[in-house]
Design a protein around this ligand. Sequence first.
Ligand code: GLC
Length: 583
Amino acid sequence: MNTPSAREHTAVREVEPSMTGEAPTEHDRTPAEWWRTAVIYQIYPRSFADANGDGMGDLAGITGRLPALHDLGIDAIWLSPFYTSPQHDAGYDVADYCDVDPIFGTLADFDTLQHTAHELGIRVIVDLVPNHSSSAHPWFQAALAAPEGSAERAHYIFREGKGQHGEFPPNNWESVFGGNAWTRLTNPDGTPGQWYLHLFDTTQPDFDWDNPWVRAQFRGVLRFWLDRGADGFRVDVAHGMIKAAGLPDYTPPVEGGSMGGATVTEPGIIAEWAETAPYWAQGGVHEIYRDWRLVLDEYPGERILAAEAWVDPLSHVAEWVRPDEMHQAFNFAYLETPWGGPTLRRVIDDSLTAFSAVGAPSTWVLSNHDVVRHASRLALTAENLQGHGIGPKTAGLPDTVVGLQRARAATALMLALPGSSYLYQGEELGLPEVIDLPDASREDPTWFRTNGERYGRDGCRVPLPWESAAPSYGFGPTSASWLPQPAEWGTLARDAQEGVPGSTLELYKLALRLRREHALGLGAVDWLAGFGDPIVHFRNGGVVVVANTGTEPIELPAGELLLTSEPLAGRTLPGDTTAWLRA
Ligand code: GLC
């Protein structure tokens, strides 16, 4: 349940537009549900803050740093998994959905974190991983111990192999992380047994969601966290839980990306894959979310479901957020859009059209724990496979100066859009992808399953720098850090940016404050003319936004400057820069 202080906090924010002296618009008078406009900050617990100094982030570390997030001006946090887990996929391999892994702390630490967050007016969204469990989960261990055809095996997807002796996998599906999506068991007597399906790592067996027992267990998991007071769930692989009957063979049009989508260098590829793959976006998933929505609606305080569904086009994603399903779906089409005027205008229009058609807010996102950080990605060249991570041997590595400038401009554009935005920890410091991690320190299963062919996602998961002069840059009290931090973390540390005009941190704070004061989350995009193709130019309520995605400087229109993503000389807006003006 939300604490009274959380509700008070929301109420304060709702009246803030009138404090700017502007006439309230029709939107301001509509009491909006918090999630329609929220800025939600993703915390990756392994890498956010480490209270006990073992080099791995933990819940107590997060609690200690919540005031910094309050100062930043976000509305909610989404915590990536902190549950009991052997950590073969950094916690997305869950061995107990209702407990905290000792490396992160205890359930009492979670309660303290949540209570502190609520006191600060920050809502708490937890991650739900329903497509698969860890192979260490007691349910899977029971399935292994039980005979073929048993009720225990029916909780997962076990099949006989093909071939005379069952020596070939049941079908040709490949794991998103590379390699075969099936693993064969060895029976207690040493003979080879059945195969089980894992769309991700071998240690992540897929549940059989056609089985009512599985559905009942997850209703219980939802209630466990809702009863504890969680404000909602980010639902992992929300497009993958139902598989086509008969598990037919399928060859994807391109090899899979590390996040469960395809690579994005060829438009339309994801659409083709999402529409045809027998394991993505099957119609049956929606029945599950309608069922979950009924559970959430029993609870007070606007609890939410947010879908991680890598499907395309946006009109298809919108099916996940129909009025009786989830509340939000991640807008990966936006994340994947190259930096450029026409492409951005199109994806913004498509997003607003698609989501408003079902009465849902659009969401916006530029970075998360599965993709190359946008301070690097936006300077990559077209031949890069951005979904697979980048490393020392990647061709066309990004220019870090260009990348950061574009990232700041892109964020300033995103935070001016109506709807809800997601931020990924560290982007407010302008952190780039860490490219030169030693091979020996890499942990992403993608790296191992492709024998190093794909670098995977470790480069966006390096522990955060808080204090430039402290051991582990203030990540924890010791110098330990589960992934090595680069030397540049010193200048990018939070304390080196705090109060420094023009720093990326101060840019984020200003954008978030103005966004709230002008109620931009509740607004609308009114496109404005007057500039060429590379310029994204629109009005949202009391703010005019001009984003120059090109290389030629332009002269800004009249109007008081509220924010610029780079310092300006006069009223000339250089390339890769965004400005907000008072309308
Ligand atoms: C989602 C998560 C990713 C994880 C995968 C398997 O895409 O975001 O980190 O590896 O699911 O759970």
